[in-house]
Design a protein around this ligand. Structure first.
Ligand code: NDP
Length: 459
C-alpha cells in the first residue's frame, strides 16, 4: 500500500522539522520520517544538552568568585542529577517538536526512510512505500572517527553527553568547536582533561586573537594541551585506555573522545536510486535552492556539507518551504553568519578575521579592547575579556567582530543586525554606550589599536 504526499521529509532535526512545519502551514500534505529521536543533533545530542552542561561547568568558578563578594559557599556536584535533568529536558523538547508537527497535521513516522526513486520513499521497518511530489533530505551529520587501530575504544560527543560516570582523566582529540567546548565543559566539572591537536593552535580559521586568548584561558584553567599530536593507536587495558601518539608519546586515560569533525549522514539512504550526486566529502550536492541532481529531491542542513550550524539548517529548511510551497524563491545568504563557541570564556564571532580581512582589503583598521571584566576586579582572577572590531580604513564598514568573554554569544547575535545592514564604524560610534557593560567598548573605540596599509601592519 502506498500513500501520496506533497512532501516527504527524511530527518526530524532542525532543518527537516522547520521545512515540514512551514510546508504544512502553506497547505502541503506532509510526511516526516525520523529513525532515532525527533529534534535531531541539536536537541538530542548537540547544542541543547551541550549548553546545559556548559551552564553546569561554570558554577565552580562562580562559587570561587562569590567569596570576593562576601559569600562563603561550599558546593558538591552530582553528575547523575545533571544527567537526569538534562535527559528530562531533551525529552520535553522532543515531545514539543512532535506536538508541533502533529498540530500542523504532519504524518509522523519513526522509521528509516530509504529513497527508492524520484518520488518514492520506503519505510524500512514497516516496509511500506510513501509517494511524494517532493522529497527533502535533512538527515544531518554524524561524528567522524579517524581510521586508526583501536578507534572503537574511543567515544564521540554523542557518548560524552551520556557518560554514566565522569571520567577522571579524559583525552579529547581535535581543535575545532566540539573539542574546545567539551574540553572546557569537563575541565569546569573537575575532570583532568588533555587535548591533542594535530596542528599548532586550536580553532583554525578563526581570528588569531580569539585563538590565543582562548588557549591562554584554557591553559590557566588546567588544560593539558598537546600540539602536533594525533592519536595513532588505542589499546584497551582493563578499565583504562592506552593511547599512542604520533609524536612518540604514550599515555593512559579513562576515556578518549574524538572531536575530529562530522560527516554527512547518508548511509543506506538510497541516493543512487534517484541519481543524487555527492561531492568529494560525501555531502549531497545541491544548487542555491537546495535542489539535488534529481529535480524532485532537495536537501538541507549538515547533509549538504555547507555550513554545519543549526540556525543555517533552519534557514535552509524555511527557504525550501518558501520556494516550493509559497511561491517565494529565497536564496540563503551565507555571507555573515554569527556564531558562538560555548567555552569558558565564551566566544562570539562574525565576519572576517583580521588575517582574512587584510588578505582581501589590504587597508584595514583594528580596534581592540582587552581588559579585566568588572566581575573579576574584586579578587585574584586575572582572566581578561577581548572585544575586537575590524573595519575598512577611515572608520569605514565593519568587516568583523570578535569577542571572548562573558555574554559573547548574546552580544554577537545583536552585532549581526547592524553588520548585516552594512554598518560602518561611524554607525557604531553614534550609538550611546550602556554603562557599565563590556559591550560598551564596541561603541566607544577612539583610535585604532593598529592599522594595515597595503597589507602591511603599522602601529
Ligand atoms: P571541526 O571541523 O570544527 O573540527 C574538527 C577538528 O578535528 C579540527 O581541529 C581538525 O583539524 C581535526 N581533525 C579532523 N580530522 C582529523 C584526523 N583525521 N585526525 C586528527 N584530527 C582531525 O568539527 P567539530 O567536530 O569540532 O564540529 C563539527 C561542526 O559542528 C563544526 O563545524 C561546527 O560547525 C558545528 N558545531 C557548532 C557549535 C557551535 O555553534 N557552538 C558547537 C559544536 C559543533 P584541522 O584543524 O587540522 O582540520
Amino acid at each position: 500500500m502506498s500513500k501520496n504526499y506533497d512532501l516527504i521529509v527524511i530527518g526530524g532535526g532542525s532543518g527537516g522539522v522547520r521545512a515540514a512545519r512551514m510546508a504544512a502551514t502553506y497547505g502541503a500534505k506532509v510526511a516526516i520520517i525520523e529513525e532515532y529521536r525527533y529534534g535531531g543533533t541539536c536537541v538530542i545530542r548537540g547544542c541543547v544538552p551541550k549548553k546545559l552542561f556548559v551552564y553546569a561547568s561554570r558554577f565552580p568558578e562562580l562559587f570561587e568568585l562569590s567569596s570576593d563578594f562576601g559569600f562563603d559557599v561550599s558546593a558538591k556536584f552530582n553528575w547523575s542529577t545533571l544527567l537526569a535533568n538534562k535527559n528530562r529536558e531533551i525529552s520535553r523538547l522532543e515531545e514539543l517538536y512532535v506536538k508541533t508537527l502533529k498540530n500542523w497535521k504532519v504524518d509522523i513516522f519513526r522509521d528509516k526512510g530509504i529513497i527508492e526513486g524520484a518520488n518514492e520513499v520506503r519505510l524500512k521497518r514497516e516496509n511500506k512505500i510513501l509517494k511524494g511530489k517532493y522529497i527533502l533530505i535533512a538527515t544531518g551529520a554524524k561524528p567522524f572517527k579517524p581510521n586508526i587501530k583501536g578507534a572503537e575504544y574511543g567515544i564521540t560527543s554523542n557518548e560524552a553527553l551520556d557518560f554514566k560516570h565522569l571520567p577522571k582523566r579524559l583525552l579529547i582529540e581535535g581543535g575545532g568547536y566540539i573539542a574546545v567546548e567539551f574540553a572546557s565543559i569537563f575541565l569546569g566539572l573537575g575532570v583532568d582533561v588533555c587535548l591533542a591537536y594535530r596542528r599548532d593552535l586550536v580553532l583554525r580559521n578563526f581570528d588569531n586573537h580569539i585563538r590565543v586568548t582562548l588557549e591562554k584561558s584554557l591553559l590557566a584553567k588546567g588544560l593539558d594541551l598537546h600540539y602536533q599530536a594525533s592519536i595513532i593507536r588505542l589499546e584497551k587495558n582493563d578499565a583504562a585506555i592506552d593511547v599512542y601518539f604520533s609524536n612518540g608519546e604514550k599515555d593512559k586515560f579513562d576515556a578518549v573522545m574524538f572531536a575530529t569533525g562530522r560527516v554527512p549522514n547518508i548511509e543506506g539512504l538510497g541516493l543512487g536510486n534517484a541519481g543524487i550526486a555527492k561531492n568529494s566529502n560525501g555531502a549531497i550536492e545541491v544548487d542555491d535552492y537546495g535542489q539535488t541532481m534529481c529535480p524532485s529531491i532537495y536537501a538541507v542542513g549538515d547533509v549538504t556539507g555547507k555550513v554545519q550550524l543549526t540556525p543555517v539548517a533552519i534557514r535552509e529548511g524555511a527557504a525550501f518551504a518558501e520556494n516550493l510551497f509559497n511561491n517565494n524563491p529565497i536564496k540563503v545568504d551565507y555571507s555573515l553568519i554569527p556564531t558562538a563557541i560555548f567555552t569558558e570564556p565564551e566566544i562570539g564571532t562574525i565576519g572576517l578575521s583580521e588575517e582574512r580581512a587584510v588578505e582581501i582589503y589590504k587597508n584595514i583598521e583594528i580596534y581592540i579592547a582587552n581588559f579585566r571584566p568588572m566581575i573579576n576586579t574584586l579578587g585574584e582572577n586575572d582572566e581578561k575579556m577581548l572585544l575586537k572590531l575590524i573595519t575598512r580604513k577611515n572608520g569605514g564598514r565593519v568587516l568583523g567582530c570578535h569577542i571572548v568573554g562573558h555574554g559573547a554569544g548574546e552580544m554577537i547575535q545583536l552585532i549581526a543586525i547592524p553588520m548585516g545592514m552594512g554598518a560602518t564604524k561611524a554607525d557604531f560610534d553614534r550609538a550611546i554606550a550602556v554603562h557599565p557593560t563590556a559591550a560598551e567598548e564596541l561603541v566607544t573605540f577612539k583610535a585604532p589599536s593598529y592599522i594595515y596599509e597595503n597589507g602591511k601592519k603599522l602601529s
